[in-house]
Design a protein around this ligand. Structure first.
Ligand code: C2E
Ligand code: CA
Ligand code: CA
Ligand code: CA
Length: 278
């Protein structure tokens, strides 16, 4: 038995070693990913519930790894944050998304706006607002067409700095969303203190909404509260018709999720935009 356990230990240990080794390799590969043009974007459309119109899209980063193939953010965003590489990645995403949407706007009557995720680490960078300003100027995208998605981690540390930066971003005309609402610390006073435009309800709140009364109560309360605070409410991760009709019934403003569309490559996003805009 002891032997067996020893064997397991050895095995566990060596797997751990392999994992650490892989992380080291991945770290250096990630460092080069931006320069080697290995990052690309998918876009997930956002629809207004009442009109069923496509009103926005979220840019979601992917990494075409030379050996592993397409890697999703769940496999490298943590590492990118640990190494600080996220700053560079997000900057690339922001510029690529703004440039693409500007291009679409020039090709036709596109009113949809674009949402980009910024890691909380940007709020430790004094030139964060300048970066956004530079990218807007460089790409020519109207600031009102850009929404920045932030998670609660931004407000846990250095709340005052974050507040100041958010105000500056708002002055540029950029909108700000609180992302994954309900998954973090969710201190409700954040909603009052920070100038958000949009509240994105995390998909975990939707999962059981049509079968559990308690989940329904929570969801409805979040929607009501957001509306009373004048926030636009977006439900994420809508996967079923039942969830959608529930959200419609309770006056959620916008939805995003696999039921309506998965995140899609640029060419497909372009088709969605141009087929819907007239
Ligand atoms: P997020 O910002 O909450 O983005 C939504 C995630 O939910 C996306 O995963 C999307 O594919 C997924 N999703 C959308 N609809 C559904 C649905 O109906 N059901 C289910 N089960 N999932 C759905 P993705 O693309 O893998 O991104 C994961 C996370 O990685 C994002 O979560 C975001 O936090 C982060 N991320 C993605 N791109 C960037 C980026 O450019 N910068 C930063 N800092 N983070 C990013
Ligand atoms: Ca997001
Ligand atoms: Ca989210
Ligand atoms: Ca998320």
């Amino acid at each position: 038995r002891a032997k067996e356990r020893g064997g397991n230990c050895y095995c566990f240990y060596s797997q751990e070693m392999v994992r650490i080794g892989e992380q080291w390799v991945l770290r250096s590969e990630l460092r080069n990913a931006v320069h080697r043009n290995e990052l690309f974007l998918h876009y997930q459309p956002r629809y207004e519930v009442e009109s069923s119109k496509l009103v926005g899209m979220e840019a979601l980063v992917r990494w075409l790894h030379p050996e592993n193939g397409v890697m999703f953010p769940g496999t490298f965003i943590n590492l990118a944050e640990k190494t600080g590489l996220i700053l560079e990645i997000d900057r690339w995403v922001l510029e690529a998304a703004c440039a693409r949407v500007k291009q679409w706007q020039e090709a036709g009557e596109i009113h949809a706006s674009v949402s980009v995720n910024l890691s909380y680490l940007h709020f430790k960078e004094p030139d964060c607002v300048q970066m956004v300003m530079d990218i807007l100027r460089k790409t020519g995208l109207h600031p009102g067409c850009l929404e920045i998605e932030l998670t609660e981690s931004v407000f846990v540390e250095e709340a005052e700095v974050a507040l100041d930066m958010m105000r500056q971003l708002k002055m540029l005309g950029v909108r700000i969303a609180i992302d994954d609402f309900g998954t973090g610390y969710s201190a409700l006073h954040y909603l009052k203190k920070f100038p958000f435009d949009t509240l994105k309800i995390d998909r975990s709140f939707l999962e059981n909404v049509t079968i559990s009364e308690a989940d329904g109560v929570i969801l409805r309360t979040v929607i009501d509260m957001a509306k009373k605070l004048n926030l636009r409410v977006v439900a994420e991760g809508v996967e079923t018709e039942e969830q959608l009709s529930y959200l419609r019934e309770h006056a959620c403003d916008e939805v995003q999720g696999y039921l309506l569309s998965r995140p899609v490559p640029e060419e497909q996003m372009e088709k969605l935009l141009f087929s819907i805009s007239n």
